[in-house]
Design a protein around this ligand. Structure first.
Ligand code: 13P
Length: 287
């Protein structure tokens, strides 16, 4: 079954690598990511956004499906199932549904309110034995209709949240969900360094993993990032592989329209992309 993200992130931090959080959207996505992790002998975090949770018929469906897959696919590497950018209510639902990890994104609240709500969730997660990610400074770009400006978090506010007893901290350092614009200034390593200096051993989370140059990813890991979230890049390779299959007319040949065949190139593309990212993050062989 699932494990929390705590142990895997402690190991990542000590070993100077990062664990990937790959967001899931359906059965094929989940299967591809689990098989990739098993092949790469890497720990993995399955990310579920509130929108994806709704799409997949609710958190209970998602937790049951992913949990059963771990069993039936004989997955032996550590797998956490994690709510991505949860609202307070979403967190409560995922705790109830059997998630092993949640993220409370209170970055849009005034810091006092973010602290208050995060504190309540820390107590609940401790009681249930779940890991908890909190956020300070909103991540830029658009996700599930929410647009963030890509702030750089205030390191002092990060300390206020980190000291509450959370497992991991997502802090805005100029990162953006989705594709980066041509005039993007890059990650603020100065902010990242200042946050880590003030938060000690706290595993830091880098959102918006798609499109960040490899050297910046490596530098972020060297400065304390222990979890990196990737979503859009998997969606892009899935769409591209499916498009090629259809444009080649394969769906109209033989039984090529069978969803098992139609979705296979995209599923294989996600698996290959996840393994590529695990290699970059240094988590291969760390399970
Ligand atoms: P990308 O879609 O940019 O990879 O970001 C994913 C993410 O941060 C999920 O929380």
């Amino acid at each position: 079954m699932f494990v929390t993200a705590e142990e895997m992130l402690k190991k990542a931090k000590a070993g100077h690598y990062a664990v990937g959080q790959f967001n899931i959207n359906n059965l094929e996505w989940t299967k591809a990511i689990l098989l990739a992790a098993e092949e790469a002998k890497s720990p993995v975090i399955l990310g579920v956004s509130e929108g994806a949770g709704k799409y997949m018929c609710g958190y209970k469906t998602v937790a049951s499906m992913a949990g059963a897959m771990i069993d039936e696919l004989n997955i032996t590497v550590p797998v956490a199932i994690h709510l991505d950018h949860g609202s307070y209510e979403g967190c409560l639902k995922c705790i109830e549904a059997g998630f092993s990890s949640i993220m409370f994104d209170g970055s849009h609240y005034p810091i006092e309110e973010n602290v208050e709500k995060t504190k309540e969730l820390v107590a609940m997660c401790k009681e249930k034995g779940l890991s908890l990610e909190a956020e300070v400074g909103s991540i830029g770009g658009e996700e599930d209709g929410v647009i963030g400006a890509g702030e750089c978090a205030d390191p002092k506010e990060c300390t206020a949240i980190a000291d509450l007893g959370i497992t991991m901290l997502a802090a805005g350092i100029g990162n953006i969900h989705g594709k980066y614009p041509a005039n993007w200034q890059g990650l603020s390593f100065e902010t990242l360094d200042a946050i880590q200096q003030l938060t000690g051993d706290m595993p830091l989370v880098l959102h918006g993993g798609t499109g960040i140059p490899d050297d910046m990813i490596k530098k972020a890991i060297s400065l304390g990032v222990a979890k990196i979230n990737v979503n859009t890049e998997c969606q892009l390779v899935f769409a591209e592989a499916t498009r090629k299959y259809i444009e080649a007319g394969k769906d109209l040949e033989g039984k090529g329209f069978d969803p098992r065949k139609l979705l296979k190139p995209g599923t294989d593309a996600i698996k290959a992309k996840v393994i590529e990212k695990m290699e970059l993050f240094g988590s291969v062989g760390k399970a």
